[in-house]
Design a protein around this ligand. Structure first.
Ligand code: ARG
Length: 250
C-alpha cells in the first residue's frame, strides 16, 4: 500500500534533482607538456602531442574519469603554469627531485630514467669527468643541467643552455658544444634515429637513477589522488606494461 506513493515520491525527487543538476560539462584538465622530447612527447604532423607520456596520461585519465587536453608548453615556465592556473597537470618526463617537491606535488613514479651523454663518434671521452674543460649543452633547468653544474660549477661559461633538448643536440652536431647531457631515453632515441648525425652515447657510473612523476600544483590533493588511483589501476591491469612495450620493447 505504501509502496506506490513512496516510489512515486522517489521518482519525482530524482527527476527534480536531475532538472536542478548543473548543465555545464565536466571540467577539462589542461595538461602541459614540452613536446620536444621524443619518445616521451613530441608533436605529430597535426601538431598534436603524441608519445609515451600522452598514452600513459590518457590511460590514467580514462581510469580516473578525467577529461584532459594536452597543451604544448615551453619547459621554461612549465611549472609556473600550474601556479598561475593556466594548466592543471604537467606530464613531461619530469624527474621527481627533492627541490622540486618543495614547490609542486608529484604522483607516484611512473618511469625510471637516468642521464646519458651524447658526443660525436670521434670523441675520446669515455666518462663524465672527461668533459671537464669542454662545452656541454643542456636544456635549461633540467636534471642534465644539474649534472653539468656539478661537474663544471653553476656559473661555468662552458655550460651552454638551450630551451629544448633537440636544440642542444643540433648544437652538438654543428660543433658548438662537445657533448649533450640529457635523459637516456631521449638521447638513445635521437642517436639511433639520426645515424647521419654520427653521435655515440656515454653512460657514466656516477649517474643516479631518476624517476618521472606527473605533477600538479602544490596542495592539489584531490587531483593528485585521482591521478595516483588511475596510475595504480593501469599498472595493475596490464595497460602500463602494454604501453611500455610499445615504446621500449621488453
Ligand atoms: N627529466 C628531466 C628533468 O626533469 C628532463 C625533462 C625534460 N622534459 C621535456 N619534455 N623537455 O629535468
Amino acid at each position: 500500500m505504501l509502496r506506490t506513493p513512496f516510489r512515486f515520491l522517489t521518482t519525482a525527487l530524482l527527476a527534480g534533482m536531475m532538472l536542478n543538476a548543473p548543465a555545464h560539462a565536466a571540467k577539462t584538465y589542461q595538461v602541459a607538456t614540452d613536446a620536444a622530447y621524443a619518445p616521451f612527447e613530441s608533436l605529430n604532423e597535426k601538431k598534436e602531442a603524441v608519445g609515451f607520456d600522452m598514452d600513459i596520461m590518457k590511460a590514467v585519465a580514462a581510469k580516473a574519469g578525467l577529461q584532459i587536453k594536452f597543451v604544448n608548453t615551453p619547459w621554461e615556465g612549465i611549472f609556473a603554469s600550474l601556479n598561475n592556473g593556466d594548466r592543471d597537470i604537467v606530464i613531461s618526463a619530469v624527474t621527481i627531485t627533492p627541490e622540486r617537491k618543495q614547490s609542486m606535488d608529484f604522483s607516484e613514479p611512473y618511469f625510471e630514467a637516468k642521464q646519458l651523454i651524447a658526443v660525436g663518434q670521434s670523441s675520446k671521452a669515455t666518462k663524465l669527468a672527461d668533459l671537464k674543460g669542454k662545452k656541454i649543452g643542456v636544456q635549461t633547468g633540467t636534471t642534465g643541467d644539474e649534472v653539468a653544474q656539478k661537474l663544471l660549477g653553476k656559473t661555468s661559461p662552458n655550460i651552454k643552455r638551450f630551451e629544448s633538448t633537440p636544440l642542444a643536440i643540433q648544437e652538438l652536431q654543428s660543433g658548438g658544444v662537445d657533448a649533450v647531457i640529457a635523459d637516456n631515453g631521449v638521447v638513445v632515441n635521437y642517436v639511433s634515429n639520426n645515424a647521419k648525425a654520427k653521435l655515440k652515447t656515454i653512460d657514466d657510473a656516477t649517474f643516479a637513477k631518476e624517476y618521472y612523476g606527473i605533477v600538479v600544483k602544490k596542495g592539489n590533493k584531490a587531483l593528485l589522488e585521482q591521478i595516483n588511483k588511475g596510475l595504480a589501476a593501469i599498472k595493475a591491469d596490464g595497460t602500463y606494461d602494454k604501453i611500455y612495450k610499445q615504446y621500449f620493447g621488453k
